[in-house]
Design a protein around this ligand. Structure first.
Ligand code: LMR
Length: 397
């Protein structure tokens, strides 16, 4: 029959962990897998600012009819300002515009198809390592994927290696950069490093695609935008994918944007016509609810300040969990070995644990993390840091 020859493919390495964790009957289990923020109670609650905005929408939204291919203009404006700055010269000159997408992943897929169709023969350069879905999205769009070094087997940032490889990249290729809170490693470039990357990008005439999925989780909402704004000010053209999954907690509402910066307002209109055309074949028009929530929050000073406070609280909790875990490892003589956890930024830590140690943690201690050794620090239960440190020490013996 028609389906007889269809085989099975392995489940997603990150989302699959959610299922394995849910099925584990051990009440003392730890969920450090998928990148989802958890509070002190181990819950991923809906933000208060989001609840209030949703309430307003229930009362006032007049229709559920389709929105255009680029989504709601109020969302596009608000997210562009959040990313590029309210005083952005590019926004004022109408040289930057956002296309609403189903999450940051949708924005990445739209970028990949845009590159494949409008910039044919350009390859994309990904950090090694990177979020595994970067690899598969560009492969699915049939864009040639190459890698630049980022974190080596010594679990240290390799800026010199990165710059050396990018200096040899073919002119015109696309380079994907993580704006902050690098996924999966948590190692971010310094301001000086970013300046050097910008120089190479200029010299090789590369097109940066900045993946900005964790704004507010590193050093703060404005601070995390530093690198993106540096590139937007220093280059005539730029692609930025922005996600509202983490900083608005809108994971399942699939809310994100592809922001394009172009040389002229007229060129931006050309590009946007292509994006709407590509999006029509991917998802037709974007989902609205999450974007309407974001536009409501960012358009109201009171809601915006409530939201900014909630993001800051999440950021501070993650920072405390990082230092707390390093301290909890101290009695086991492992403080130095894991000191990098306190230096990394955002949800994730490349712990340096091997796949065998990760498996041991899962099988014998019910600690769930990605095989690569990536731990979602935001999933740690602060009251059980000692137990987590004990489990880590046990597999490090
Ligand atoms: C992660 O890396 O865990 C998150 O970005 C969630 C996902 O979709 O993989």
């Amino acid at each position: 029959m028609h389906f007889d020859a269809i085989g099975r493919v392995p489940g997603d390495p990150i989302l699959g962990l959610m299922e394995a964790y849910a099925q584990d009957p051990n009440p003392g289990k730890f969920d450090l897998g998928v990148g989802v923020y958890k509070d002190a109670q181990g819950l991923t609650p809906i933000l208060e600012s989001v609840k209030l905005a949703e309430q307003r929408l229930v009362n006032s939204q007049p229709t559920k009819t389709y929105i255009g291919g680029h989504g709601e203009p109020a969302f596009g404006k608000a997210i562009s300002e959040l990313v590029l700055g309210a005083d952005s010269a590019l926004i004022a000159a109408q040289c930057a515009g956002a296309t609403q997408t189903p999450g940051g992943t949708g924005a990445l897929r739209l970028s990949a198809d845009f590159i494949a169709q409008c910039l044919p023969s350009r390859g994309v350069w990904l950090s090694n390592p990177t979020w595994p879905i970067h690899e598969t999205i560009f492969a699915a769009a049939k864009v040639k994927v190459s890698h630049y070094p980022y974190v080596g087997s010594d679990n240290r940032l390799d800026v010199e290696g990165m710059l050396a490889v990018l200096s040899e990249a073919p002119k015109g290729d696309v380079v994907l950069l993580h704006a902050c809170c690098h996924n999966p490693t948590g190692f971010d470039l310094s301001h000086d490093d970013w300046q050097r990357v910008l120089e190479v990008v200029r010299k090789r005439e590369l097109l940066p695609l900045i993946d900005f999925a964790y704004q507010g989780f590193g050093d703060g909402l404005e601070q995390d935008a530093w690198s993106t704004r540096l590139f937007a000010a220093g280059l005539p053209e730029l692609l930025i994918t922005s996600s509202c999954s983490k900083n608005f907690g809108l994971y399942r509402d699939r809310t994100g944007a592809l922001i394009v910066c172009a040389k002229t307002a007229d060129k931006l209109i050309d590009i946007r016509s292509q994006l709407a055309n590509i999006a029509r074949n991917l998802w037709s028009t974007p989902p609205d609810h999450g974007a309407a929530v974001v536009a409501t929050i960012l358009g109201d000073p009171e809601l915006k300040s409530l939201w900014a406070g909630e993001v800051e609280a999440m950021r501070l909790r993650i920072a405390q969990l990082r230092s707390g875990l390093v301290e909890a490892l101290e009695p086991h003589g492992l403080r130095e070995r894991f000191a990098h956890i306190g230096v990394q930024r955002g949800m994730f830590s490349y712990t340096g644990l091997s796949p065998a140690q990760v498996k041991n943690l899962r099988d014998h201690h019910s600690v769930y993390m990605v095989n690569s050794g990536r731990a979602n620090v935001a999933g740690i239960d602060a009251t059980r840091l000692d137990l987590l440190a004990e489990a880590i020490a046990a597999v490090c013996k």
